[in-house]
Design a protein. Structure first.
Lengths: 295, 427
């Protein structure tokens, strides 16, 4: 029975971890290129969740179609945010960008609240379950995991195989050097920021495919915290590392529960959090750059 | 120059002070101000919005229909001063201080939730200010020795009594109960009460686990719960986790005869979010449209009635919120009823002084659209009874207690596979 639960939780953890990873890639990309910590990250995830909700409930469309739409909305939001605030604050003290991203997060939350209200919403995209003997896996979750892996792969290829991707990597490596070599650093900054926000908003759609309930303007806070843990785990400057960190985090969260449940008198969920942060601390001490170093 | 006699000066000053004192004592205030650190944003914004609507609806009723609060033979209007506490504990403490010292309110209504209510209580207590709790059900609030805190919402320990009584009566073979709930002051207290009552009734608690606030995945906990094969499940904590609980039980094909979730399950948003998956799911509620409290019922029970009727309250609430589509839920009703309790207590005390009004509240018993009101010595609400609501064919039906039923309970509820095929919960 325990082995069945463990196997089931491992599968569920991997699926959830892939979505967590995808939801963190944008944060890592922005930090990697611009050295800006986006503390409003969760609010952009929330925007994506509302895009999915709007597509399904108002337009009657499959949430899969909401992924490109959310990505496009994220790109527009990212460009607007970059040119309105971030660009002017790039050389200001770090606190300025922290406050700017925090303010935008609050602004987004309150704007969404004004439009949609503060109720906890959800949509019911029920495609049935796949019975894996030791657990049942909803097909919508499989879509979410598949979408996350696909987007992560596309991003990897874009970075490795395109000139723009190379330009971005050169800016991460040495922005001054890249500028000397003719790279439009300001353009790369704008594109990276927009891409990071686009990925984050798109991840909001994928998260709702995993958990299509509890959608509300303030849902992002928990994801911001998780994203920071995952980003540090995987390497704060590395989007691929973030994806890998997400998988590890999902696995830790789900499988350690089963193990801790065997200890009498403890609340397993409390210990899973403890373990997540303990591992984070150990990794920071042993390898401060995270599991995967930015390339 | 002739000096002004000192004795005359002392006499004159004394007269002025005496006059001012008498005037201040005798004249009723121009208005009575209710202060409220309301949750207008943040995680409790929905409940806060409902509470504010309920309060404004009942203040309107008191001022317009009731004519105001009778104090020293004069009618005094109620006023309402609110700030947004953003559902944050640190804001609650500073705003209560501001309401008392700057705005000079006459009473403070607590914010929504047990945690926020408990955080604000010492501040009100420090100012000897009456602090009325409409959204904090945790019994522990009333075990701290606060002298000025009184409760309108019922205590958390009574939430699932009705549910358990119902199952005992309609399904005597049901034995195994699983408890899975949020690790919060409120939910823990609810489940302590449920566990004690379940054991009194002879049920076996086969599973008991908590999950943290803000949880995004309950799969490990629910998988472990499934292994214990419970007959019925009592769970939840607040809004988002309740939806998640139901959804992930469906994802994992965990079928039980009854699922009752606190806070979330009784709200329309629950069914809107989950659709058919919510069919048959139950939840305890402090108030639902359809309850049978009325002027006639109060008369029959030999107690005093005050306030609008149920339908009048709904209409006043819609006017207050400016949203004709918004329906009041129990958060609105309990906050509104609190206004009525305060009005009766001020009239009974003949004063707005916190000490006098608190004493009057202790002696007060009445019925309103929300139900009965009576508190014990510690300020805990003991007069109000809860109802159990079940989603049947997309409608909320009051299924327990039998005296308040608007429909029979559906037990066992349909399986998730049946619900996916469109089967509705029918008695």
């Amino acid at each position: 029975m325990i082995m069945e639960q463990l196997a089931g939780n491992m599968v569920q953890g991997l699926v959830l971890g892939s979505v967590y990873g995808m939801a963190t890639m944008g944060l890592s990309l922005i930090f990697g290129v611009l050295k800006v910590v986006n503390v409003g990250h969760g609010a952009f995830v929330m925007v994506g969740a509302f895009v999915a909700l709007f597509f399904f409930n108002a337009l009657g469309l499959n949430p899969v179609f909401a992924v490109p739409a959310a990505f496009a909305i994220g790109i527009v939001l990212g460009l607007a945010f970059y040119y309105a605030a971030i660009r002017k604050l790039l050389h200001a003290p770090e606190l300025a960008t922290l406050l700017a991203t925090f303010s935008v997060g609050v602004l987004l939350e309150e704007t969404v609240k004004m439009i949609f209200g503060s109720e906890f919403r959800g949509y019911n995209w029920d495609l049935g379950n796949v019975d894996l003997v030791f657990t049942a896996l909803p097909i919508s979750k499989i879509f979410a995991a598949f979408g996350s892996v696909l987007i992560a792969l596309l991003l990897y290829l874009w970075f490795k195989r395109t000139r723009t991707g190379s330009a971005m990597r050169s800016v991460v490596e040495d922005s001054r050097g890249a500028e000397v070599c003719g790279v439009n650093v300001d353009g790369v900054y704008a594109m990276s920021f927009a891409l990071g926000i686009g990925l984050t908003v798109a991840s909001g759609v994928l998260l709702t495919m995993f958990i299509p309930v509890g959608i509300n303007p303030y849902m992002g806070g928990g994801y911001t915290l998780k994203a920071f843990v995952i980003a540090v785990l995987g390497g704060l400057s590395s989007p691929y590392g973030a994806f890998f960190g997400g998988l590890v985090f999902g696995l830790i969260e789900n499988t350690s529960y089963t193990m801790f449940a065997l200890i009498p008198g403890v609340e397993p969920f409390a210990l899973t959090r403890f373990l997540s942060f303990l591992i984070l601390l150990i990794i920071l001490l042993i390898r401060p750059t995270g599991i995967i170093k930015a390339k | 120059m002739k000096r002004f006699p000192l004795k005359s000066l002392v006499f004159l000053v004394g007269c002025v002070f005496l006059f001012c004192g008498i005037s201040a004592y005798a004249a009723p205030p121009e208005k009575i101000v209710i202060g409220h650190p309301a949750c207008l944003s943040g995680k409790y914004a929905k409940a806060g919005e409902q509470a504010v609507g309920g309060i404004e609806a009942c203040i309107h009723w008191v001022n317009k229909e009731y004519g105001g609060v009778t104090l020293d033979g004069e009618k005094v209007q109620l006023d309402y001063k609110k700030y947004d506490c953003e559902s944050k504990k640190e804001s609650v403490t500073s705003l209560i201080g501001r309401l008392i010292t700057v705005d000079r309110v006459d009473v403070v209504f607590a914010p929504y939730s047990s945690g926020l209510t408990l955080r604000g209580a010492p501040i009100a207590e420090g100012h000897s200010m009456l602090y009325m709790d409409h959204g904090g059900a945790n019994n522990k609030i009333f075990e701290q020795g606060f002298r000025y805190t009184v409760q309108t919402i019922g205590p958390a320990t009574s939430y699932h009594k009705g549910t358990l009584d119902m199952i005992k009566k309609i399904a005597p073979d049901a034995k195994k109960v699983a408890l899975a709930y949020e690790d919060s002051e409120f939910a823990t207290m609810v489940m302590e009460g449920a566990k004690a009552h379940a054991r009194e009734l002879g049920f076996d608690v086969v599973f008991e686990r908590t999950y943290p606030k803000g949880v995004t995945d309950l799969t490990p906990l629910l998988s472990a719960m499934k292994a214990t094969d419970p007959d019925f499940v009592l769970g939840g904590g607040h809004f988002e986790d309740g939806q998640l609980f139901n959804r992930q039980m469906s994802d994992l094909n965990i079928d039980v005869d009854c699922l009752s979730l606190i806070a979330a399950a009784t709200l329309p948003a629950f069914y809107e979010a989950l659709g058919s998956m919510a069919e048959g799911v139950m939840g305890p509620s402090h108030w639902e449209y359809g309850v049978t409290y009325s002027q006639e019922a109060a008369k029959a029970a030999g107690t005093r009635w005050i306030g609008p009727s149920q339908d009048e309250f709904v209409s006043l609430f819609k006017d207050a919120t400016g949203d004709a589509d918004m329906v009041p839920d129990y958060h609105a009703a309990e906050a509104g009823a609190q206004v009525l309790a305060y009005v009766l207590a001020v009239e009974k005390a003949g004063s707005v002084g916190s000490k006098e009004v608190r004493q009057a509240l202790g002696d007060l018993e009445f019925m309103s659209f929300y139900g009965n009101w009576d508190i014990n010595e510690s300020g805990l609400q003991v007069g109000h009874s809860m109802v159990d609501v079940q989603w049947q064919a997309g409608e909320r039906v009051i299924v327990w207690p039998e005296s308040a039923q608007t429909g029979k309970p559906c037990y066992p509820m349909p399986t998730f596979a049946e619900k996916a095929k469109g089967k509705k919960a029918q008695p």
